[in-house]
Design a protein around this ligand. Structure first.
Ligand code: C5P
Length: 329
């Protein structure tokens, strides 16, 4: 991490969880080219952390009047597959917020020595893994910079900005458990009692969401499966019922592109998972367990060549803002 290059001005940190789709049904293709979805989303305890700091000439860089010359930089470890600064969703979220809140006009200034906002990212959520890693980072950037820059935009406005960045971003701004419709951006809260434990099989080979939807177009028809059984299992906190109800219409498309994913699902079920489902558009495959001990037993029954596994619980709240001592404006 480039921490030695990061200045010690006011700063905030946001810890943000990954998401899983407990249910995803593709109802058809919309006029805007996106797919109409009915999906149940829940945050799961795999977290990225985003830190944002103000830096610049002493006494001037942190003054609101200087914000029009804000420069945004993204500092992060070399994480394989993480998009370069200009395409990174956290950076795009920062720019969207800056424009919406009037912090900067148009492109950020690159004046040498001018005030800067430095964004650092520590990632544990897999990149392009179907767990909303990029969307979670965008949500974290919106929440962090809304605070750091003193924009005071309400969460609803952050969700609207998020919807322009990606279909999962509005959910990542609020977290918890939600039923999403439309592109996945219209959210209704869902009651979930208790916690669920997952064994996630991570996969180092990213799978493009757009490619999975294109494959769905080529081989699948709109579905009418309803999420009632999932909603009922969440209300009852019944992991066996939830395991049986897990559903993802993108599986046939993802399995056509990556046949090994179907095999990974079968291995989880054979190893005793209550249910197994592709996370979003994949390639992360999730197995549902009775609790952490059961998840460890399932993991122990899998061959070591299965690759990296993570045990995590859901729901995992939403973005959590930490105002450090230096964050007082
Ligand atoms: O919204 P987001 O940028 O995350 O979507 C990535 C890609 O996934 C889109 O470009 C689109 O191809 C596909 N997608 C879709 N319908 C949705 C969500 C995503 O077709 N509801």
């Amino acid at each position: 991490m480039a921490s030695e290059t990061v200045p010690h001005g006011p700063h905030v940190a946001v810890r943000v969880p990954a998401k899983v789709n407990l249910f995803l049904s593709v109802r058809g293709i919309r006029d805007d080219g996106y797919h109409e979805l009915t999906t149940v989303l829940q945050t799961v305890g795999v977290f990225d952390e985003l830190r944002a700091s103000l830096a610049g000439p002493p006494g001037r860089g942190q003054h609101p009047a200087a914000r029009r010359h804000m420069r945004l930089e993204l500092a992060h470890d070399d994480i394989a597959g993480l998009p370069a600064a200009s395409e990174n969703l956290a950076m795009r979220a920062a720019l969207a917020l800056a424009r919406a809140a009037g912090v900067i006009d148009g492109a950020p200034s690159v004046r040498e020595g001018g005030p800067r906002t430095v964004i650092e990212l520590d990632k544990a959520i897999p990149v392009a893994g179907g767990m909303a890693g990029g969307s979670a980072d965008a949500a974290a950037a919106l929440v962090a910079l809304n605070e750091l820059w003193g924009c005071a935009l309400p969460r609803e406005r952050l969700k609207e900005l998020g919807a322009e960045l990606g279909s999962d971003v509005p959910f990542c701004v609020v977290g918890g458990t939600a039923l999403a419709t439309g592109r996945g951006t219209s959210l209704a809260r869902v009651l979930c009692r208790g916690e669920f434990t997952w064994l996630a099989l991570l996969d180092d080979e990213p799978l493009s969401t757009a490619a999975v939807y294109r494959e769905w177009d080529a081989r699948c028809a709109p579905s009418e499966v309803e999420p009632d059984a999932v909603l009922q299992a969440l209300r009852a906190c019944d992991p066996e019922a939830l395991g049986a109800a897990l559903h993802n219409d993108l599986e046939p498309a993802a399995f056509a592109l990556r046949p090994d994913l179907a095999e990974r699902k079968r291995l989880l079920l054979d190893a005793g998972a209550f249910g197994a489902v592709l996370s979003g558009s994949g390639p992360t495959m999730l197995g549902l367990a009775a609790g952490p001990a059961h998840a460890r037993e399932i993991a122990a029954r899998l061959s070591p060549d299965i690759g990296r596994t993570v045990i995590a619980t859901s729901p995992a709240g939403g973005p959590e803002l930490r105002r450090d001592a230096g964050a007082e404006r």
